[in-house]
Design a protein around this ligand. Structure first.
Ligand code: KDG
Length: 349
């Protein structure tokens, strides 16, 4: 699929490439903005996400559109597409690689097949607070992973917040590690999540985000796990009787730009997109944390039974999952994982 899209992308870009080479401009410039253009040109930029417009990610994408419009004097027009209307994360990421779409903002989890090191953020119970996550993502480790994207045809401009994930299901409350036994749980398409839920005795099913509501409604799966803002925005609580506040993983979003597109931009245009992604990202994190507090009341009011999970039980879950973390630490690079754990310890001091 990927190679097929790349061929399409190249064929569709041929006229542009011929024009660029005719005027002597470099069409395969490095990403320092020497794509042959200067100043700010009139451009239309397709930005697709999987979540709804009312989700903090959708609200922040609207903010991004406004900031880019303002900074470019209206020349750079970002067209937002919500609720996976351009396809799921995998499809939109491939569209960026093929030069058919310019921006998407997926979770890091479905990217682990491409940049395996993103998987360190899927380690359960890695972060205790969102502030810890900010420090790591915005620090040297987060940047080291973004630097691995250009070789895959992608530019990473920073991290937004998907958030701490909690479990919903239609069978029973999950209060102990044993309560996962036998539950059919939809997970992201990510090996760490799959192995972690198997270790807990659950029966995980990987699935694209856009298919989750139907799978829950039709009882194809018993449950799913996502941050509260996502559960509320996608109305999962309407088809899930139980919400257990497991807070088992913190998932980042990564702001991706097509490298084929990025290399055509002037340094001025690149700076506008970078600054806007960072400013909108700070706004998004704030919205996400406010929504996390508000969503729980709305979910309770809808009739979903909400239970806390004790620290003792979370410790038990972490012990059960530890062999999975150890296995993937070796796969992702023990040195990187040791650096990550050391950085987190430093942040906690
Ligand atoms: O595009 C939306 C997805 O990236 C995000 O919601 C991922 O948390 C996610 C899930 O459960 O798929």
């Amino acid at each position: 699929m990927n190679k097929w899209l790349k061929k399409i992308g190249i064929v569709m870009m041929l006229p542009g490439l011929l024009l660029l080479s005719a005027c002597g401009a470099s069409s395969t410039s490095n990403n320092t903005g020497s794509g042959g253009s200067s100043g700010i040109q009139e451009r239309t930029i397709k930005a697709g996400i999987g979540l709804n417009e009312d989700h903090p990610q959708g609200q922040a994408l609207k903010k991004f559109v406004e900031i880019v419009d303002e900074k470019s004097g209206g020349k750079l027009e970002v067209k937002p597409f919500y609720a996976a209307s351009l396809g799921d994360d995998q499809k939109m990421t491939e569209a960026l690689q093929g030069g058919l779409q310019e921006i998407t903002i997926p979770s890091t989890s479905p990217l682990v097949g491409m940049v395996k090191e993103f998987g360190i953020f899927d380690f359960p119970f890695l972060f205790n607070t969102a502030e810890e996550a900010d420090a790591i993502l915005d620090g040297p480790i987060g940047q080291k992973l973004l630097d691995k994207l250009p070789e895959h045809g992608l530019i990473g401009l920073g991290y937004w917040e998907n958030g701490f994930r909690h479990l919903t299901n239609s069978k029973h409350a999950v209060e102990t590690a044993e309560d996962f036994e036998g539950l059919k749980i939809r997970t992201m398409q990510n090996e760490v999540h799959l192995d972690a839920f198997k270790a807990l005795g659950a029966n995980p099913t990987p699935m694209a985000f856009s298919e989750v509501f139907t799978a829950l409604e039709s009882k194809t799966v018993d449950g799913q796990e996502n941050p509260l803002a996502t559960i509320k925005s996608n109305k999962f609580n309407e088809v899930q009787e139980y919400l257990s506040l497991t807070k088992h993983v913190y998932t980042p979003f990564v702001f991706l730009v097509s490298k084929k597109f990025w290399d055509q931009l002037s340094e001025e245009e690149q700076t506008i997109l970078k600054e806007a992604a960072v400013e909108a990202g700070q706004y998004q994190r704030q919205l996400s944390r406010e929504e996390d507090a508000n969503a729980i009341e709305e979910i309770k009011a809808s009739g979903t039974k909400v239970n806390e999970v004790s620290d003792e039980e979370k410790e038990k879950m972490k012990e059960i999952i530890q062999p999975v973390i150890d296995k993937y630490a070796k796969e992702f690079g023990q040195e990187l994982v040791d650096e990550l754990m050391k950085e987190i310890e430093n942040v906690r001091k």
